[in-house]
Design a protein around this ligand. Structure first.
Ligand SMILES: Nc1ncnc2c1ncn2[C@@H]1O[C@H](COP(=O)(O)OP(=O)(O)OP(=O)(O)O)[C@@H](O)[C@H]1O
Ligand SMILES: [Mg+2]
Length: 1023
């Protein structure tokens, strides 16, 4: 209900007890609202109302079962599983017996409901291998009983034509350990007659359609339903919704599971086949109007299959044996009589076999363990039936419903009253209709309808259905619930035929036609046929008729009385159990999904007494709950009870009620429960709770989030610390290993170092290898880059001195090679010249270092710059080099710019077109230069001839280039001397002077006072 309160606006009301108005219109509108959303279940308190959806809903799977398992009835939306589970758990905790009464009209879904319950128990109850077989047998009893007891009717393609009560037995642990079935009033008339659009029991069609060729041959059957009179009266042997062939397989399989061996199965199908053959037995009239058999073939098959004497059978079907004193007289039948006897036999055989089948199934499901067990009974019984013409069957069925309604009233009122008493609340009489008066009308001894019917059946003389009606009129004349054509007032009389009587049942009026009442109640089978059947060698038939005999010998009971007794037994049995109710409603007549036929539903609501039920449930208080539960749900609504009520729960509830402003007549406080009279009081409370729930939820959410976040943070922190610790451990271990390794290596290194000079050991050879490698590595990175670099070579360790030297040589050679390979021929020539220069001047003349990078040119004066005449004169001597010079006169040292041309043989001093002096190389005895930075060159010339000019003093800017070329051309390397101080010169033969050198700020050349040529040179730049 609590679930219902929460969901009430969305899906209608889940519990009718909470309906504001208890009108039929409100009731139906709520049902319709829910049905439109595929919510087929609704409660009236603990009663479950179910509306047939005529379509598969996804609410019967294992997941759903799990949801409902062990959950409080009111917590979840209404479901058949909730009811099943509640019954089961109450049984377990209170260790008492229960039953679930499933009622509703044909096609409303009773059988489906009972199957769903059975499946729920099969899945949800604990089980063992042994129990699994019991469970399978219980489940498998269904297809067998449905094959033999169900048929297609206009209302339902799988209509149960018998009432069924099945006990499921549980041990104290809640295991399903056994089962027992009671069957009620099989509609035997169907065996011989079916209305248009209806079929005989399924098993006949299944056998003909599904049985193997061999089996059909053995049973003398043809695979054609049209061939059998008992199968064709409804003219609908095949139905789209039924697959007889498949069903046949299921039945065969089920029979095996419930321990039917081959022989007994053959006997069973023999009986079924015999009924079909019996239906084809035809009669003719002889000349005296007596019935005779038309053909013997079918009769022979019957006698064959039932294993009885064919002749006796024929006699039994055409003669009646009358016992007169000691004699037996055979009285022949008319054809009608014979047909009656044939049909009676068919019905008897089938009816008895059905009972035998139920007993057999019971044997197979029986639990022989004597330990105490509790049961849950499932009663799948026919609901109220009202047809256009209602006969004996409807009378029995409706009587049955009256009895069950009476049971319901007694049980509900009893439990209500007991609850009030237990709670110490004053009982307030409830206004509702008690149908005991109708039950009495039907069943009262000597005065009830059944008694009168029995009397008429047993009365010698010409009792007929009509005399029965007259007797009823006599006895019931003024009963408020009984009316006939004769007794009715004018207006009512118009609605009644003369052969009708009408009962005002609790659920409404039903008019019964008396025709056939006596026959059906007698259910006569002629003596000789009965005797014959007792002699049958078919085990089933013999057993059935033998029990029938022993029962009948005591006192033959009419059908109605048998039924009445069985109902009495049933109600007695049920009264001792706790009741649960399921009321099934049919949504429409055309078996269509999603259609809700208001009129049809209203009709059923009335006939099932649902409004009555609701009124009884609502009689006093609509809602009651244990104080603890009530407080638990609503305590947030009152500051005194929130968040905890420390006192007695009842006081807490009282405080809550006061706070909510309940008026004194709206509620009562029992011993353990609060009782609330009107749903609206509860709704107001629930609405307040809904509002408050949001606030609470937010607060809880915030708290919970905080709690979660804290937890998460703590966890993360712990994890971080753990990781840190582990990581540190790893690091420390690594460090330790590294250090140990380092110590080892260092030790080894030191030892190696110390013993490096000794004989080879592992330690020192490793050390030395390391030294070598490290030196070589270092050397590789620090090699001199140029040939000139002679200083960067790394000092080798002693072991590598030799190697280092070799490497060094190799490296320099390599560099030289690279260098040499890289230079051009011009450069080579240049360098060769420079080499000569170097050999002459290096380390001697101060300006030499500056000259090294200055490249030497081929000449300083091109041929074009030399006077043509000169060229002509010295044409024969090849010009090798020319350079401008300053020549100093011998007398007075006057500077004169001149060209100096070197040929193969001589040096020419030229002034324009004049050769001023020709110096043959042979006469050039020496060349002097100073050691300073000046460019003065002195040619010492052999001067034997006084005509010859003396030594030549020149100044040349390209001193090194000039002298180098000259030394090569004239082969004068050794003739060049670098002089410190002064150079003596011979001005003429025998006349000497000198050139003096000094250094100063400014370079100067002048004649000094001593008559010498004074040359002041720049001080050499130090690099
Ligand atoms: N809960 C359900 N879900 C889906 N279909 C259902 C349900 N209940 C009943 N039906 C459909 O309705 C048909 C009739 O149901 P069922 O045989 O249980 O009716 P019944 O009340 O036992 O009728 P009868 O009194 O004739 O035996 C089923 O064959 C099935 O097609
Ligand atoms: Mg049924």
């Amino acid at each position: 209900m609590e679930g219902a309160l929460t969901a009430r606006d969305r899906v209608g009301i889940q519990d009718f007890v909470l309906l504001d108005e208890t009108t039929e219109a409100a009731f139906i509108s709520n049902l319709k609202k829910r049905f439109s959303k595929d919510l087929i279940y609704t409660y009236i308190g603990t009663l479950l109302v179910s509306v047939n959806p005529y379509k598969e809903l996804d609410i019967y799977n294992k997941k759903q079962m799990d949801i409902y398992m062990g959950v409080n009835f009111f917590e979840l939306p209404p479901h058949i599983y909730a009811l099943s589970d509640n019954a089961y758990h109450t049984m377990l905790t209170e260790f008492n017996n229960h039953f679930i009464l499933i009622s509703g009209e044909s096609g409303a879904g009773k059988t489906e409901a009972s199957k769903k319950i059975l499946q729920y128990y099969a899945v949800s109850c604990p089980s063992t291998n042994l129990l699994n077989t019991v469970r399978d047998k219980m489940l498998m009893s269904n297809p067998v009983l449905e094959a033999f007891g169900n048929a297609k009717t206009l209302k339902n393609d799988n209509s149960s034509r018998f009432g069924k009560y099945m006990d499921i037995q549980f041990n104290s642990q809640g295991d399903a350990v056994g089962g027992h079935i009671l069957n009620y009033l099989l509609e035997k008339s169907r065996v011989v007659h079916q209305n248009h659009g209806e079929r005989n029991f399924h098993i006949f069609y299944q056998l003909v359609e599904g049985g193997s060729d061999d089996l059909l041959r053995q049973l003398g059957l043809e695979r054609n339903c049209q061939h059998y009179n008992y199968l064709t009266q409804g003219e609908c042997a095949t139905v789209p919704s039924i697959n007889d062939k498949n069903d046949w397989k299921s039945v065969k399989n089920a029979l095996q599971i419930i321990d039917f061996d081959e022989m007994i199965t053959n006997h069973l199908f023999g009986v079924v086949a015999s009924v079909l053959h019996l239906g084809n037995v035809q009669f003719d009239t002889d000349s005296k109007g007596r019935a005779i058999l038309d053909k013997n073939t079918e009769l022979h098959w019957v006698s064959n299959l039932l294993d009885v004497d064919a002749h006796s059978l024929q006699e039994g079907l055409t003669f009646r044996k009358i016992e007169a004193k000691m004699d037996q007289v055979l009285s022949p039948f008319t054809v009608d009589h014979a047909i009656y006897a044939r049909d009676a036999l068919a019905k008897a055989i089938y009816g008895q076999t059905f009972t035998w089948l139920v007993n057999r199934i019971n044997d197979s499901m029986e639990n022989k363990d004597s330990a105490q067990k509790t049961v849950i009974g499932l009663l799948d019984i026919y609901g109220f039936e009202v047809f256009y013409v209602n006969s004996f069957e409807q009378f029995c069925i409706n009587y049955c419903n009256e009895k069950l309604q009476q049971l319901f009233i007694q049980l509900t009122l009893k439990s209500e009253q007991e609850e009030y008493e237990a709670e110490g609340i004053e009982w307030e009489p409830v206004q509702f209709f008690n149908n005991k008066i109708i039950c009495d009308l039907v069943e009262e001894r000597h005065r009830g309808i059944i008694s009168i019917l029995d009397e008429e059946c047993l009365r010698p003389g010409d009792a007929t259905d009509l005399t029965f009606l007259e007797r009823l009129e006599e006895k019931m004349g003024n009963h408020p619930h009984f009316v006939t054509h004769k007794l009715a007032d004018k207006l009512t009389r118009k609605t009644l035929e003369r052969g009708d009587f009408r009962l005002l049942h609790y659920a409404g009026e039903v008019t019964y036609c008396v025709v056939g009442f006596l026959d059906k109640n007698n259910d006569l089978l002629y003596r000789n046929i009965k005797d014959l059947m007792c002699q049958s060698k078919n085990a089933i038939v013999r057993e059935c008729f033998a029990t029938m005999e022993t029962e009948n010998k005591r006192r033959p009971e009419t059908v109605a009385t048998q039924f009445k007794c069985s109902l009495l037994k049933l109600t007695e049995m049920l009264m001792a159990k706790e009741a649960w109710y399921i009321r099934c409603l049919k949504s429409n007549e055309s078996k269509k999904p999603g259609q809700f036929d208001d009129a049809l539903i209203r009709h059923q609501v009335k006939y099932l007494g649902l409004m009555e039920h609701l009124r009884v449930r609502r009689a006093g208080f609509a809602y009651r709950r244990k104080y603890e539960d009530f407080l638990k749900r609503y305590k947030p609504l009152c500051p005194a009870t929130w968040p905890h009520w420390r006192g007695v729960p009842a006081d807490g509830v009282e405080a809550l009620a006061q706070h909510l402003g309940y008026l004194p007549n709206e509620y009562k406080m029992g011993r353990t429960k609060i009782f609330i009279r009107h749903p609206r009081t509860l709704y107001a409370t629930e609405d307040a709770f809904e509002k408050c729930k949001h606030d609470l939820a937010t607060r809880l959410q915030a708290k919970y989030k905080g709690y979660r976040a804290k937890g998460e943070f703590r966890k993360q922190k712990e994890a971080a610390t753990k990781i840190e610790t582990c990581w540190r451990g790893v690091q420390a271990r690594k460090e330790k290993e590294k250090r140990a390794w380092a110590v080892k290596v260092i030790k080894k290194f030191i030892k190696g170092y110390m013993t490096r000079g000794q004989a080879k050991t592992t330690d020192n050879s490793e050390y030395l290898a390391f030294v070598r490698q490290s030196y070589l590595n270092r050397l590789r990175n620090n090699l001199p880059k140029t040939v000139l670099d002679k200083t960067t070579w790394l000092t080798p360790p002693p072991v590598l001195t030799e190697t280092s030297e070799i490497l060094r040589e190799l490296h320099y050679r390599l560099m030289v090679r690279k260098y040499v390979r890289g230079i051009t021929p011009q450069r080579k020539a240049q360098l060769q010249l420079k080499l000569v220069t170097s050999s002459i001047f290096k380390g001697k003349k101060e300006s030499y270092p500056q000259s090294v990078p200055q490249p030497f040119l081929d000449t300083r004066i091109s041929d074009q710059e030399i006077n043509m005449r000169i060229l002509q004169v010295i044409r024969n001597e090849q010009i090798k080099y020319s350079v401008p010079v300053i020549k100093y006169d011998r007398n007075g040292f006057k500077p004169r710019p001149r060209q100096l041309i070197l040929t193969q043989t001589a040096a020419y001093l030229i002034e324009e077109a004049k050769i001023k002096q020709r110096v043959l190389y042979t006469s050039l005895k020496g060349i002097s230069v100073s050691n300073l930075t000046d460019g003065i060159i002195v040619f010492h010339i052999t001067c034997e001839d006084p005509k010859q000019k003396g030594d030549l003093v020149m100044q040349c800017d390209h001193l090194f280039e000039f002298l180098t070329k000259l030394s090569i051309i004239a082969n004068k390397q050794n003739a060049i001397s670098v002089v410190q101080g002064s150079i003596k010169i011979e001005i003429q033969a025998g006349k000497e002077s000198a050139v003096d050198f000094s250094t100063g700020q400014e370079p100067m050349v002048y004649k000094a006072k001593n008559g010498h040529l004074m040359v002041v040179a720049n001080r050499a730049r130090t690099r």
